[in-house]
Structure formats: structure tokens, C-alpha cells
Design a protein around this ligand. Structure first.
Ligand SMILES: [Zn+2]
Length: 237
């Protein structure tokens, strides 16, 4: 069972963490953007099996969960990876910015691989390349430092960049980020797609000129996780 710890940075009422007013009249809060992507990750993961997920934030956004509590929860859970979703600031209305993936300053190869793969998948999906400094960044961040598993903090665009804001506010961008992050979790965690449903497929043998093809179809459906049987007889007797 692959264990994932996921956290949406901050909470609904964190002071100051929001989009620049002149770029977004709603001054969308960072938590709203972070949580939207974390929720989409959760939704997409539900299509897979072979993992368990712990959200270490309050998913309603009503309670501020301290970083040390988020870290302790992930450590107790014994997570295999820790992913923290954030959005950046520091451009003051200028252009550029893009995505930056952080790890702690001293990390092993496994953590670097997570960082690189997450960043590359995100850039391939969104095109929002980090263009202000090294986008595979390191910093002395508690969430990356004190977690006992590979931990990556993703800054998914700048909330005060004239070029990033219209992108990061869009639903399509949030979908693409979630898709990219899940693709890496699926690959690295060895997750497999759940059978689409428990529907029973009745393969009408009489509909096939060669009955062997009906059997082949049943076999192919079963290989994909569907339940299927051959229905013999039927309209053609
Ligand atoms: Zn943040």
C-alpha cells in the first residue's frame, strides 16, 4: 500500500496570502487555489487502487493546522511521499514567475527524483515554466525538513504576477496540475486503475459469426477488470 500525505498550504483566513488586487478583483486567497488543486488530486486518485491518502490540512479551510501538526501527522501515518501545494508571491505585479518545486537543502536522490518528476510533469501539462531562478529549488522549509519521507513543496505560480494570475485562476490550470501530480504518484507509487464498474457484460454469442470471438471478447474484458460472461442462445436460438 503506497501512502501519500497531501496538504493544501495555509487555511481560508491566512492574512496576506492572496492574489494581487489589481490582477484579480476578487483577491482570491492562496488557500482557495491550493485546496482546489488538492481536492482535484484526491478526486483523480479515487480512480486508482493500491494507495492510501492522508490530507494533513483541514479540508474545509476553517481551521489553521500548524505546520508541525501536519508534519507529525504525515510521520505518524508513515507516508511514502509528502506533497504540499502552494502558490507563490514576490513579483509585485511584474511578469513571469511560473512553477517552482522545493525540497529541503540536503536531500537524497529519491527526493530529488520526486522533485524533478513532479516539476517536469507539471510543466509538460501547464507550460508554466519557472523562469525567475532555478525552478528545482531548495530551501530550509519545515515541511520538507522535518518530514521523514521524500517531501516536495510545489509553488504553482505567482499570485502577484501579471502573466501567472490569469492562468492560475483558471479551472483548466487546476485540472492540469492535478492530472500531472497524479500521473507521477501513479507511476512512482505503482497505483493501478480501478475497474470502471461492477457491471456485468453479457456477450451475446449468437451475435458473432465465430463463437471463438465471443470468448476472446470476454477474456479481453476480464483482463481489463470487467466482469463478463457469454450469453449463449438468445435471439438467434
Ligand atoms: Zn503558501
Amino acid at each position: 500500500m503506497f501512502k501519500i500525505a497531501l496538504t493544501a498550504g495555509h487555511y481560508k483566513y491566512t492574512a496576506g496570502k492572496r492574489c494581487l488586487k489589481k490582477l484579480d478583483k476578487n483577491e482570491t486567497r492562496e488557500w482557495v487555489l491550493n485546496n482546489r488543486i488538492a481536492d482535484k488530486i484526491e478526486e483523480r486518485l479515487a480512480e486508482y487502487q493500491g494507495y492510501s491518502l492522508l490530507r494533513t490540512d483541514d479540508t474545509t479551510g476553517e481551521t489553521a493546522i500548524e505546520l508541525e501538526d501536519r508534519i507529525a501527522a504525515a510521520n505518524r501515518f508513515g507516508a511514502d511521499v509528502y506533497i504540499s501545494i502552494h502558490h507563490n508571491a514576490g513579483i509585485a505585479g511584474g511578469n513571469g514567475g511560473g512553477i517552482v518545486a522545493y525540497t529541503y537543502t540536503k536531500v537524497g536522490e529519491a527526493t530529488k527524483e520526486w522533485q524533478r518528476e513532479l516539476y517536469e510533469a507539471l510543466i509538460a501539462a501547464t507550460g508554466l515554466k519557472g523562469n525567475r531562478a532555478q525552478p528545482l529549488a531548495t530551501a530550509n522549509l519545515a515541511e520538507c525538513r522535518d518530514t521523514a519521507m521524500p517531501a516536495v513543496l510545489l509553488e504553482l505560480g505567482f499570485m502577484d504576477s501579471a502573466t501567472d494570475v490569469p492562468v492560475i485562476l483558471s479551472e483548466d490550470y487546476a485540472d492540469a496540475c492535478a492530472e500531472a501530480i497524479v500521473s507521477v504518484l501513479v507511476r512512482r507509487g505503482g497505483l493501478v486503475q480501478k475497474p470502471v464498474s461492477n457491471a456485468l457484460y453479457l456477450v451475446q454469442a449468437g451475435a458473432f459469426r465465430d463463437k471463438a470471438n465471443a470468448e476472446k471478447l470476454v477474456k479481453a474484458l476480464k483482463a481489463k477488470g470487467f466482469d463478463a460472461i457469454i450469453k449463449r442462445g438468445g435471439s438467434e436460438g
